[in-house]
Design a protein around this ligand. Structure first.
Ligand code: DQA
Length: 147
């Protein structure tokens, strides 16, 4: 089972970016936790981060037939991007949308997700731990255990 973890804009700044909201862990910490979780469950996980919407769209477009599922933290594009939503839908891959913070406790513009309706699940508010939980949930979904 091959999984792809995608992180969107500004998440490469984790560790120093608004630590009261996002904590002090780094993107490398999050990717390492997600990869270790996947490997513990007998899967492999590749990681990709970009600040550029089109690069994320292209990566999802190339994922079909290569990966079995996606974990994606679309970051700010969650709240704006029809292109990312369409890319996830077109991939026909099961995707878990992940957020470090609970976006419903924050500004109203963060309460809307363009991408969640084309994902199998949305997970938020667990900080770093969410990267492990999202992988666990995706693997369970792919194995049929979450149905
Ligand atoms: C985020 C929440 C988004 O609203 C924000 O734009 C981010 C990070 C999160 O992981 O909590 O960049 O996706």
């Amino acid at each position: 089972m091959k999984l792809l973890l995608l992180n969107g804009p500004n998440l490469r700044l984790l560790g120093t970016r608004e630590p009261d909201i996002y904590g002090r862990f780094t993107l490398a910490d999050a990717e390492a936790l997600a990869r270790a979780t996947a490997e513990r469950l007998g899967a492999t996980l590749d990681c990709f981060q970009s600040d550029v919407e089109g690069e994320l769209v292209a990566k999802i477009g190339a994922a079909r037939g290569v990966y079995d599922g996606l974990v994606i933290n679309p970051a700010a594009y969650t709240h704006t991007s029809v292109a990312l939503r369409d890319a996830i839908a077109a991939s026909e891959l099961p995707a878990v949308e992940l957020h470090i913070s609970n976006t419903h406790k924050r500004e109203a513009f963060r309460h809307v997700s363009y991408t969640a309706p084309v994902c199998v699940a949305q997970l938020m508010g667990f900080g770093l731990t969410g990267y492990a939980l999202a992988v666990e949930g995706l693997v369970a979904h792919l194995r049929g255990a979450a149905r």
